[in-house]
Design a protein around this ligand. Structure first.
Ligand code: ZN
Length: 179
C-alpha cells in the first residue's frame, strides 16, 4: 500500500515527510483518538495540548479542512496540524489547529505561503480558521480549483490535484459519497 501512496506524493516527499508518513501509518484513526481523549476528559486528565487537540478534532467532524475528504475515505490517519507551524512561532492554541489528511499534511509542512502563478506574488496559504473554504475554492468535476490567489497557491502547494487525489475524489463523487 505504501508504494501507491508514495507515487502521488513524490513532489512533497523528502526525508522529513517520509518520517511523518510512517508516523501517520501507525496513528489511530480520528474517531479512535476522539474516543480516547473523551475518556481522558471524563476522568479530568486532559492536558492543555490534549484539550486543544480534542476540540480541533470534534470541530472538524472528521473532515480534512483543506481538501475535504472524511477520515473514513482516506487510507491513512488525518492529523491535527499547526496552521502556522511551531517552528514559525505558531501556538498550540486551538485557533491555530486544523484537521488535515495525510496528503495535505505532508505537502503543507511548515509552508505559510506560495507563489501565485497568475501574478508571481507571494501569497499566504488558505487559513482554515480565518477563511471560508467556499470563498477560495470550487469543486470542478473531481478537481479543486482556487478562485482566489490564496486558493490557487494552496491547491498548488498542497498538491490537491495530483493524479491519485483526483481519482479518489472521482470515486467518491461516483459513489455519491459526500467529499
Ligand atoms: Zn486534505
Amino acid at each position: 500500500m505504501l508504494d501507491g501512496l508514495l507515487d502521488p506524493l513524490s513532489r512533497c516527499l523528502d526525508a522529513e515527510s517520509a518520517r511523518r508518513l510512517v508516523e501517520l501509518r501507525v496513528a489511530p484513526p480520528v474517531q479512535e483518538r476522539i474516543d480516547a481523549l473523551a475518556e481522558r476528559a471524563n476522568e479530568g486528565l486532559l492536558t492543555d495540548d490534549e484539550r486543544a487537540e480534542y476540540e480541533a478534532l470534534r470541530r472538524a467532524d472528521g473532515r480534512c479542512e483543506y481538501c475535504l475528504p472524511r477520515q473514513e475515505h482516506s487510507e491513512l490517519t488525518h492529523h491535527v496540524e499547526h496552521i502556522v507551524a511551531k517552528q514559525h512561532g505558531g501556538p498550540d492554541d486551538v485557533n491555530n489547529l486544523a484537521l488535515a489528511c495525510h496528503r495535505c499534511n505532508l505537502c503543507k509542512r511548515p509552508n505559510l505561503t506560495g507563489i501565485d502563478t497568475l501574478t508571481g506574488g507571494v501569497v499566504p496559504l488558505f487559513h482554515p480558521r480565518r477563511d471560508q473554504w467556499k470563498d477560495h475554492f470550487v469543486l470542478q468535476d473531481s478537481r479543486i480549483e482556487g478562485t482566489t490567489a490564496a486558493g490557487r497557491v494552496t491547491v498548488h502547494v498542497l498538491a490537491m490535484n495530483d493524479t491519485r487525489r483526483v481519482e479518489l475524489r472521482a470515486e467518491l463523487l461516483l459513489s455519491s459519497e459526500p467529499l
